[in-house]
Design a binder for this molecule. Structure first.
Ligand code: AQP
Length: 348
């Protein structure tokens, strides 16, 4: 008897990445992820982008706010340059392959691997007995998000590196356990001047949409005045900018603003310090604020316009979900076959 049909590995590159609609998109999400999602799409690579609403509920989300944040994030993607005709854009819960493969990966991943995840430790803090089981299992679902499409490359910010290593471990263990060459070993794509944008209030903490202080971040919905005010008030030190990057080694807040400038301008951080060598923050911050407003304001304005028609956003997400499902379903069928789970004739 012939063995199970195996969907072939993606012919060349296939990109998958996601963002949690656990709040509004930040400058960190934009520079670390979204801006690069657009670049990958524009390079002509097959791109699949997902608003991972099932990850968002690993911490409590008000349902109305989650719905709003999901639509707003979709609007942010489109406003930033994601073209739903060229990229697949959808929300995770509309494609059940994520949850189904996530369960199988819960049975592949080891407790020891999961216990080493620093994001879980950071988010759970001293409260680890009371956080959801979903928060602990999050990286296995993330591996399913990626591998349901046999994606080969995943553009992310620096903070997701460990989760992608776990995704590689899961793919390798699945292949070994079932003696197949089925899942690809994915490559993280962590590149650019701002792979880790830091809080504007504390240069040692990541800029995050769930930080209780709104002053710590720039939101993609902030208007020009808010952006300028937050940059003006960003924590810095009293020294002028040095002539080389070495001079920023022990100055995390200054380094963060230089990185943000570089990423927004499309320059290297080296170029930025050389252009502003000897400048005080009284000069650098207004230049950064002008640049940030010039880059972000058109995106914000377009988001506002798109949010006037939530029905159209839902339609785009539904169409993306159908296209995503068409890729993921045959892969999942093979996974059921490989793992010995019966699919009756005529059933999905
Ligand atoms: N500060 C950041 N700098 C660079 N990249 C970042 N990313 C997030 N924050 C920064 C990248 O954005 C993508 C989506 O991340 P996410 O929203 O799914 O989860 P996260 O990394 O946990 O982001 P937040 O803002 O900190 O969310 P909350 O507060 O809900 O936990 C990823 O590629 C991430 O690397």
């Amino acid at each position: 008897m012939a063995g199970p049909v195996r969907t072939p590995q993606a012919a060349s590159s296939r990109i998958f990445s996601g963002i949690q609609p656990s709040g509004g998109l930040t400058l960190g999400n934009y520079l670390g992820a979204l801006k690069r999602f657009v670049e990958k799409q524009d390079e002509g690579i097959e791109t699949i982008y997902c608003l991972v609403d099932m990850h968002a509920i690993t911490v409590w989300q008000d349902p109305a706010k989650l719905r709003h944040a999901t639509r707003e994030a979709a609007a942010g993607f489109i406003a930033a340059g994601i073209d739903p005709a060229r990229s697949i854009l959808f929300n995770q819960s509309q494609v059940s392959a994520h949850a189904e493969l996530g369960w199988i990966f819960n049975c592949v991943a080891r407790m020891g691997w999961m216990s080493r995840m620093t994001q879980f430790k950071d988010k759970a803090g001293k409260n680890s007995e009371n956080v959801s089981l979903g928060l602990f299992a999050y990286p296995a679902l993330m591996a399913a998000d990626i591998l349901a499409y046999k994606a080969t490359h995943v553009p992310v910010g620096e903070d997701q590196k460990q989760h992608l290593e776990l995704c590689r471990d899961i793919a390798i263990k699945f292949n070994n356990d079932y003696a197949v060459d089925f899942f690809p070993v994915v490559e993280p794509v962590i590149e650019g001047a701002a792979t880790r944008v830091m809080s504007l209030r504390d240069g040692t903490k990541k800029m995050s949409k769930s930080d209780p202080s709104d002053q710590s971040r720039i939101n993609l919905t902030d208007d020009a005045d808010e952006i300028a005010r937050k940059i003006r008030k960003a924590r810095t030190d009293a020294d002028p900018l040095p002539e080389t990057l070495d001079g920023l080694k022990d100055r995390p807040e200054a380094r963060n603003l230089v990185n943000i400038y570089a990423a927004l301008a499309g320059h290297t951080p080296e170029q930025v310090v050389s252009d502003f060598a000897g400048a005080q923050f009284g000069t650098f911050k207004p230049a950064l604020a002008d640049l940030a407003v010039a880059r972000l304001s058109p995106i914000t304005a377009e988001m506002v316009r798109l949010m006037r028609d939530p029905g159209e956003i839902d339609r785009i997400l539904g169409e993306g979900a159908d296209r995503a499902d068409a890729i993921a379903r045959p892969i999942l069928r093979d996974v059921y076959e490989i793992t010995g789970m019966i699919r009756s004739p005529g059933r999905r």
